[in-house]
Ligand binder design. Sequence first.
Ligand code: HEM
Length: 236
Amino acid sequence: METATVSRNGTPWVVEFYRSALGKKAVMAATGIMLFGFVFVHMLGNLKLYLGADAINHYGEFLRTVGYPILPHGGMLWIARIVLLGAVALHMLSALQLTLISRAARPEEYERKEFAIASYASRTMRWGGVIILAFILWHLADLTLGLTPGYVFAEGKPYENIVASFSRMPVAIFYIIANLMLGLHLYHGLWSMFQSLGCNNPRFNTWRNEFAAAFAVIITIGNISFPISVMLGLVK
Ligand code: HEM
């Protein structure tokens, strides 16, 4: 007998749904919201840099104690890392597959008239995504694992690591460029997510554009302020 969880040919409904373009858009939106939430909370947490070494170092240690003693020390952080990695992988896979579907359906790109910044942001989504991925890999090697050359990593001391890392001028500039790219990506990503969710009514379009822009700007200003503050010697 058939159940509601499998389709007529025996494939689980989740797989069947994912096979459709709508399913892929839903996965992009759901993983996008998760990543967006992480980037926002991560930026807020990093603002503790301005409260001094103790504040941000204690915060780093607090994150490792969440869920303890039910989970081992640092256990929740590992769960969060695995969930985030899974979200990044699914976000990229569905983006790639949607690109292939839309290329097959429409080999010639057509011209669209949009806001200048919105259209620049939309054209940089794919390459922006690749640069952001490169940034995340560098960032993990740099501030989580302490593997990048030119500074001595101190375990459990994010304040000292951030200051030492951004004291390397090329690294600070790379962080600024990557986070500006991330800002454009968040702006267009949020904007088009509303579109996928069917929120595309002329009455809401200005509101939706402003909301996406405001969130992207807040996250970007927060993030680029860290390398800039270290470069200016305001945080040392
Ligand atoms: C200039 C801005 C940023 C600063 C100063 C910063 C700082 C840090 C620090 C200090 C850690 C290590 C935390 C610890 O081990 O206690 C970390 C981890 C991490 N960051 Fe960032 N971050 C920034 C931007 C970003 C952005 C934009 C993303 C994502 C697009 C991101 C993704 C991550 C991830 C995934 C981790 C791993 C979490 C962990 O394993 O601890 N960061 N960041």
